[in-house]
Design a binder for this molecule. Structure first.
Ligand SMILES: [Zn+2]
Length: 381
C-alpha cells in the first residue's frame, strides 16, 4: 500500500463541509487547517489534521513537505472545449483592431476556421493536441476538466435532425458522454431548436448543460430550468427572472469570465446577485480557441474577484467543490476530505488569497493526482 503524508501547509484549504454544492455564506467557508497535514493511502485521503497529528501516524509514508505553502484541492474545470485543431489568431488580430465577434463571423472568420481545421485533422493529431492542452491545465493546478466533444455547424435545422437522429442515439448506445450541451443563442440554435436537442438527449438518459444568454437574454436560463438542466453556462445577459427560475429548478450557474475578457467585453455575469439569490455558482475557463484561449483557473479567479466582485474564498469554492458537484463528482473530488481522491496542488504562496491577487504568472509549486506527483516546478526555483 503506497502512503503519502503532506506536512506543514501554511494553509491546508480543505473545503470540508456539507455534501452538496455551497450557497450564499457557505461559499466563504473554506475550512482551512493552519500548519495542516494530510495522509493519503493508495491515492485516497485517509486523514486531515494538524501537521503534528498527521506526522505521528505517518511513519511508513513518503513525506511531502509543503514548507509553509498553500495546499488546495485540484481545480475542477466544469466548462472547456479542449479538443480542436488550429487556432484563431487572425480573429484575435481582427478583434484587436476593433471588429466584433458577430462581424468576424459574418466575414467568414470565427468558429468556421477551426471547425474546418478540426475536421481535416486526423484522430491522432487531435489526441496529441488534446494531450498538450491537458498538460496546460495541470500547469495551472487543474486536475479535472469537463471536455465538450467538439463542434460542427451547418444549417441549424439540419444539424438538429442530424444530432437527434444519428449522433445522440450513437452516443447513448456507446455511452460516449454524460452530458449534452447546446449553444442556445440567436443566430445559432434558438430556444425551440435547443429544446428539441436537449429533450431528446434527456430521453436517452443524458444530463444537460446549456450555453445560455451569452450575447442576448434569450430565455435560455428559463429553458435550463424547464428541462431541469444540471447547469446553465455563461449567463452574461441573464436577469433576476432567470436567476429565480434556475433557483427553483436547482440549476447551477457556470460563469466564464475568460470569454468576457478575451472578447474585450465588460459585460460580466451578475455573480453577486446570483450568490444572493442562493445559486451554487461555478467558475470555469471555457477554454477554447475562439473566445477564451486560457486554461488558467488562477486567471479566472483574478477576473472573478476584480470584475465580478466575488471574494477570493467564493471564487475558490466556485472552482473546486461547486464545480465538482456540477459534474456529478462531488462525492469524489473538489475538497480535501477523508475518502476523497488525493487530487491537490501546492502553491508557492502562504495565503490562499494570493492565488487570485497576483496574476499573469504561475504560482504553482507542484500538482498531485490520486496521490501521485504529476507536475513539479520545485527544482526550477
Ligand atoms: Zn463553451
Amino acid at each position: 500500500m503506497s502512503s503519502l503524508a503532506v506536512l506543514h501547509a501554511s494553509q491546508l484549504v480543505t473545503l470540508a463541509g456539507p455534501k452538496r454544492p455551497r450557497v450564499r455564506s457557505e461559499m466563504s467557508e473554506l475550512a482551512i487547517v493552519h500548519d495542516g497535514g494530510m495522509l493519503v493511502h493508495d491515492g485516497v485521503i485517509v486523514a486531515i489534521g494538524s501537521s503534528t497529528e498527521i506526522e505521528r501516524s505517518a511513519r511508513q509514508s513518503e513525506i511531502v513537505d509543503a514548507s509553509g505553502r498553500v495546499v488546495l484541492p485540484g481545480f475542477v474545470d466544469a466548462h472547456a472545449h479542449p479538443v480542436f485543431a488550429g487556432n484563431r489568431l487572425d480573429d484575435f488580430e481582427r478583434r484587436a483592431r476593433g471588429k466584433t465577434y458577430e462581424q468576424i463571423a459574418a466575414a467568414g472568420g470565427g468558429i468556421w476556421s477551426t471547425v474546418e481545421k478540426t475536421r481535416a485533422a486526423s484522430e491522432m493529431d487531435l489526441l496529441n493536441q488534446a494531450k498538450k492542452h491537458a498538460n496546460w491545465f495541470l500547469e495551472c493546478g487543474t486536475t479535472t476538466v469537463e471536455a465538450k466533444s467538439g463542434y460542427g455547424e451547418c444549417r441549424a435545422d439540419e444539424y438538429v435532425d442530424l444530432v437527434n437522429e444519428e449522433m445522440l442515439p450513437a452516443v447513448g448506445a456507446e455511452r460516449l458522454a454524460e452530458f449534452c450541451d447546446v449553444f442556445c443563442e440567436h443566430g445559432y440554435f434558438d430556444i425551440e431548436q435547443s429544446r428539441k436537442i436537449l429533450a431528446a438527449a434527456k430521453r436517452l438518459g443524458l444530463k444537460l448543460r446549456i450555453h445560455a444568454d451569452q450575447l442576448t437574454n434569450s430565455g435560455a436560463a428559463q429553458l435550463a430550468a424547464e428541462l431541469e438542466a444540471t447547469t446553465a453556462d455563461h449567463l452574461e445577459k441573464t436577469d433576476e427572472d432567470g436567476f429565480a427560475a434556475m433557483k427553483a429548478s436547482g440549476v447551477q450557474p457556470v460563469l466564464l469570465p475568460g470569454s468576457v475578457y478575451a472578447l474585450g467585453s465588460t459585460c460580466y455575469p451578475r455573480a453577486r446577485e446570483m450568490i444572493e439569490a442562493g445559486l451554487a455558482v461555478v467558475i470555469a475557463t471555457d477554454f477554447n480557441p475562439g473566445s477564451s484561449p486560457s486554461p488558467s483557473m488562477p486567471m479566472m479567479l483574478s477576473l472573478a474577484c476584480t470584475q465580478m466582485k466575488m471574494s477570493p474564498a467564493e471564487a475558490i469554492a466556485a472552482s473546486t467543490i461547486n464545480a465538482a458537484y456540477s459534474l456529478d463528482r462531488g462525492d469524489k473530488i473538489g475538497s480535501l476530505e477523508q475518502g476523497k481522491l488525493a487530487n491537490f496542488s501546492i502553491f508557492d504562496c502562504e495565503d490562499y488569497r494570493e492565488i487570485a491577487y497576483w496574476f499573469g504568472f504561475p504560482q504553482i509549486h507542484s500538482v498531485y493526482v490520486r496521490g501521485r506527483p504529476v507536475l513539479s516546478r520545485a527544482n526550477e526555483t
